[in-house]
Design a protein around this ligand. Sequence first.
Ligand code: SAH
Length: 460
Amino acid sequence: MNHYPIYTDLKGRPVLLAGAGHVAERKAESLLAAGARVRVVAETLNEHFRKWHASGVIEWLGTAFHESLLQGVFLVVAATDDHALNRRIFEAAEASGKFCNTVDQLDLCSFIVPAVIDRSPIQIAVSSGGSAPVLARKWRRQIETLIPQHTGKAAALAGKWRSRVKAQIADMSSRRRFWENLFDSRFDTLVAQGKKEEAEAELQAQLEGSGAQQGEVVLVGAGPGDAGLLTLNALQAIQAADIVFYDALVSEEIRALIRKDADKVCVGKRAGLHQVQQEQTNALLVEHALAGKRVVRLKGGDPFVFGRGGEEAQVLAEKGIPFRVVPGITAALGATAYAGIPLTHRDCAQTALFITGHCRPDGSELHWQTLARGNQTLVIYMGTIKAAEITEQLIAHGRAADTPVAVVSNGTLQKQSVRTGILANLPELAAAAERPALMVIGEVVALREELRWFADNGEN
Ligand code: SAH
C-alpha cells in the first residue's frame, strides 16, 4: 500500500497553516470546512485571509515561522511560495513528530490530501499518491455522478438508528441483511424525496418486521437520444432499478447504461394498439411494484410531455404505489438545440408552443387562430402524417406560406437529419423524413443557417 488512508477529526483542533496567499486560501477553506482551528503564520494576509481574520474565522500569528509555533498543533500545512521556507517547515515538523503537507512538493509531505466526493457522513477519497492528481480528479468526477446527493442523509439516519437496530437484531449477518434491504428499499426513495419522518417510519416498520417490502416506480425521462443528455438522477435511477420498462424511443446508447442484471422490457408502441398497450404497461408497473420491485419506467424525452407519464402516474396514485418523476430533456428542446434552432429569439419569437399532431382527425382540439400567429415558434410532436392538414390550416388562418420550417429526424443522435424549407413545402419535407421527427415552424428556423453546429445530415 502506497499510503495508509485515514480520515482525521479536526473539529476544534489547531492546524498550523504557513502562508496566506491564493494557494494557502484553498487549503484554509477545506480545513475550515472540516472544523479545524486554522492558525495562520504569515507576515501579511491576502484579502480573503484579512476578511477571515476580521470575522474571527482564523487565528493569525503575524510573525515569521519558528519551530516553537508547532507546539500544540495536530497538523502542519506548508503553503508559502518560498521553497526553502517550506522545506524548513517540513523538517521542523518531522523533527517534532507532526504530520506535514507541503503544497505541490510530494517529497516534503508526510500526509497528502485526496480528491473527495463529499456526501457527509459518507466520504469517498481518491488519491494517486501524488503521482497524477489530475487523474485522481477525473475519477472523482466520474464517481461523483454515481453517488446520489441524498446518500449522506440516508447514512446519517442509519447512524441515528444504529444502536437500536443492533439491540434488536443480535445476529450480525441478519443485521447486515437488514441494512442491505433497507438501503435498496422505499426508505432510500423517501430520503431522496426529503421525507425524513416517513423514512424513519419505514425503517422502524422494517425493523419490527411489519414492513412488507414495498416497491416503487420511478418515471424517468431519458431525453431525446444522446446519452449525454441524461440527468444524474436519471442515470442513478436506471442503475438502481430491478426492472426497466422502456419505450421504443429510448436509444440503444441509453439502454446500455441500465444496470446489467436488471430486467429490461420493451413496451414500445405499435400504431393502432396504443390503448391496449398502455393498459398493459400500466398493469405491469403496478404488478411489479406490488411485488416489491424497484421499477423504472423509462420514457423518451420528458415523461410528462406527450409521453402519457401523467396517465401512468395517475394509475400509480390510485393504487397507492409510491412513485417519483425524473424530468428529461424533451425533444422540442433537444432536437432544436442540436439543429441550431433557438426556440425563442428577441427579434422574431416571443412564444414557443409545443403541440401534438396526434389528436382528433378534424383537428378540432387545436385553436388554429392562435397557432397561426406570427412571431412565435410551433414545435409539433407526432405530426408528420398530419403535415398536409396542419399546413393548410395554418395558411388558411393567416400564417405566411413562406414561413421557415424544419423537420428534425432522430434529433441529438449521430444519425440526426434536418430538412428545412418553407411552410408551403412542409408536407413534402415531412413525408421524406425518418422517424421520430419533430416539425418546427417559425422565423427562428432561419437562424439555423448561422447557428448550425452539430454535424447532422442537413438537406437544403
Ligand atoms: N415524451 C417525449 C415525446 C413523446 S411523443 C418527449 O418529451 O420528447 C413522440 C414524438 O416525440 C415523436 O413522434 C417525435 O415527434 C418526437 N421525438 C421524440 N424523440 C425525438 C427525436 N430524437 N428527434 C425528433 N423527434 C423526436
